[in-house]
Design a binder for this molecule. Structure first.
Ligand code: ZN
Length: 377
């Protein structure tokens, strides 16, 4: 019996594994940080054996309620990820599992590896609509990829829309969302995508945090920075990922921003706006409401009743992408949140919230963007 995690996005420490019914594990901290919650590991050599796996430090994770009513994802082929019940008791997250094969993978959510990220970039570039700009390098020296999607013609007459994902690397559903977004935008038989691209050029950063993704972090980059608190004053030393994207935004302009995330605790899809801006207007509120209501009408997995309470006027956090970008570029800027667990109203017993559902939601988000640019902008 062996537990391994030395691969792309792997994260676990073995505390003790002397018997199969008491495999004691702990999640490793993000580098230079106290955050942890993402885990991803392989159990091998336990075919047909009743195993009990225990994550001993669940109570100290960044969002302990995230482990309440939580089901771990597992896979034998790393294609299909299924759910399995867990128990949270005395701060320990545990689950019993009898592997059917010699090796089985467990993770906090369906992983999206950096290798798959490179596949996504390479595949997308096969489309004449898609071009790529290397913005620079991360702290670990990985590439910061910007994908530009536009139709031929006068790009200057169109709006410039930005979609960024995975500032928090453990929120892998955000890059599944991106995969769905790119596939839909580049599908030439999809009329709604063509219409949308007649209104705007779309700039996508499919992965804002490659280092955290590869290292198996929950929330920070290789320098221990929470990138969604770096937007006011990013630096090339500590947060080059944000510095480089902010610089590109200044160059191309921003008329719309969607920042894609996952929420550990809340079992809903929702959008948070920038109501706390000091100069928030009724017009901005109406744009935000229009986008959210349109999306809810398009996709039953999205709802507008529950989410983060809006901030009071003057309380906006300008270190976050949305607050900073809405201030600097005077545009609609929103944070999309998807669950780690599942949506309560549209739950799925087998898969829970999944990569496939994240991709579908991306399609609906694009369709809501089209309606926004036709009817509201
Ligand atoms: Zn997040």
């Amino acid at each position: 019996m062996f537990i391994s995690q030395n691969f792309d996005a792997g994260n676990i420490e073995v505390i003790a594994a002397t018997s199969a019914d008491d495999i004691q594990l702990a999640i490793r901290n993000d580098a230079e940080s106290d955050f942890y919650q993402w885990f991803y590991f392989r159990l091998s050599g336990a075919k047909g054996v009743n195993c009990t796996l225990k994550i001993l430090n669940a109570a100290g994770a960044a969002y302990p309620p995230g482990f309440k009513n939580y089901r771990v994802v597992y896979s034998y082929d790393r294609e299909e990820w299924l759910r399995h019940p867990t128990e949270l008791s005395d701060g320990v997250l545990s689950f019993s599992f009898k592997p059917e094969l010699d090796a089985v993978y467990f993770a906090y959510f369906t992983p999206y590896s950096m290798e798959r990220h490179h596949d996504l970039v390479a595949k997308s570039l096969q489309s004449p609509r898609c071009s790529h700009q290397l913005l620079g390098a991360t702290v670990d020296g990985q590439d910061m990829d910007l994908m530009k999607i536009s139709l031929p013609g006068d790009a200057n007459k169109r709006k410039n829309c930005w979609v960024i994902a995975r500032q928090h690397p453990g929120e892998s559903m955000a890059e599944w969302w991106m995969e769905g977004c790119l596939e839909a935008l580049l599908d030439e038989s999809r009329e709604a995508s063509k219409q949308l691209l007649q209104h705007c050029n779309i700039y996508l950063v499919p992965n804002m945090n490659p280092d955290g993704s590869r290292r198996g972090h929950l929330r920070t980059n290789a320098a221990g920075r929470n990138l969604n608190r770096e937007w006011e004053n990013p630096s090339m030393e500590a947060s080059p990922e944000v510095f480089l994207v902010k610089q590109a935004m200044a160059e191309y302009g921003v008329d719309f921003l969607l920042d894609v995330h996952g929420d550990e605790s809340l079992p809903y899809c929702f959008i948070a706006g920038t109501e706390g801006l000091i100069d928030w207007t009724e017009e901005q509120q109406s744009q935000l409401d229009f986008y959210r209501d349109t999306l809810a009408a398009l996709n039953p997995d999205f709802q507008t009743e529950l989410g983060y309470p809006p901030k009071a006027r003057g309380q906006a956090n300008l270190t976050m992408s949305t607050g900073q970008t809405a201030t600097q570029h005077r545009c609609l800027a929103m944070t999309l949140e998807m669950p780690f667990k599942d949506t309560t109203a549209t739950s799925d017993a087998v898969y829970g919230w999944s990569g496939a559902r994240s991709k579908k939601l991306a399609h609906s988000c694009l369709d809501a963007m089209l309606r926004y640019f036709i009817e509201k902008y």
